[in-house]
Design a protein around this ligand. Structure first.
Ligand SMILES: Nc1ncnc2c1ncn2[C@@H]1O[C@H](COP(=O)(O)OP(=O)(O)O)[C@@H](O)[C@H]1O
Ligand SMILES: [Mg+2]
Length: 258
């Protein structure tokens, strides 16, 4: 067995589609036959609730992994999708940002925690919080690759150079093999010329790293989390489901899987 590929989904801007992409890329990969684990590394816990986890009822979480030294196999949970597991998070994780400061090897706690279970999965997706603190550093240190969602909006590229710098710092100091695997354009509104401008700007900046698949802005994608379901389950014929399925196919091709 080979160890699964770990992908950090990161962008320190909030609201760009990180959690939506973690949930729906993860679920679509699982529907295509991959074994997928999603780790919620954001204290807001949107990915956990979007996958049907009751945040109020969480007993063990990403916090337990990072701070209490819990074993990953004891913390992960199944979801309604076959072969899609989640390590959930809730607001308790906000404390980890501070508590980790005084813990040994604070930047590599997540990496160490998931090492024993990597062989169980083809892909591990880490949903990072909208910040560049210790939680995100743990995500980047544990990852083989970074996937950057960029919203098709004004100032889309703002902050991206800061993220790129931080990825560079992690590469130099903690994780030499880390690379930016891809950039995904999200919330594309075909009616505006702005969105098309952003797409060409991002393609100019990132070249081939940019995914060909662009995720449209659709109401169905924003509704699905309140039902605790990925779009594949909530409305499999919708444009959003089709787009995330196509993204998953492109992702698999890039990873040499047919
Ligand atoms: N393609 C989309 N179309 C419509 N709404 C979207 C889309 N992607 C994300 N959203 C909504 O936008 C908000 C922010 O997305 P989210 O994935 O939570 O971003 P982040 O994790 O980067 O903060 C959420 O309410 C989400 O449901
Ligand atoms: Mg999020």
């Amino acid at each position: 067995m080979t160890a699964g590929t770990v992908v950090a989904i990161a962008n320190q801007k909030g609201g760009v589609g990180k959690s939506t992409t973690a949930i729906n890329l993860g679920a679509s990969l699982a529907f295509l036959g991959e074994r997928v684990l999603i780790i919620d590394l954001d204290p807001q816990g949107n990915t956990s609730s979007g996958l049907g986890v009751d945040r109020g009822a969480i007993e063990t979480s990403t916090y337990s992994l990072l701070v209490d030294g819990a074993a990953a196999e004891d913390v992960l949970e199944p979801t309604s999708v076959r072969d899609l597991h989640v390590i959930p998070a809730n607001i308790e994780l906000a404390g980890a940002e501070i508590e980790l400061v005084s813990i040994m090897s604070r930047e590599t706690r997540l990496k160490a925690a998931i090492a024993p279970i990597l062989e169980e999965y083809d892909f591990v997706l880490i949903d990072c919080p909208p910040s560049l603190g210790l939680l995100t550093i743990n995500g980047l240190a544990a990852a083989n690759e970074v996937l950057i969602p960029i919203q098709c909006e004004y100032y889309a590229l703002e902050g991206v150079s800061q993220l790129t710098r931080n990825i560079g710092l992690v590469t130099q100091n903690l994780n030499p093999q880390l690379e930016v695997e891809g950039v995904v354009l999200t919330m594309f509104d075909g009616r505006t010329t702005l969105a098309a401008d952003v797409v060409s700007q991002v393609r100019q900046h990132f070249g081939e790293t940019t995914y060909k698949t662009v995720i449209p802005r659709t109401v169905r994608l924003s509704e699905a989390p309140s039902y605790g379901e990925p779009i594949e389950a909530y409305d499999p014929m919708s444009r959003g489901a089709i787009a995330y399925r196509e993204l998953a196919r492109e992702f698999r091709r890039r990873h040499g899987r047919t």
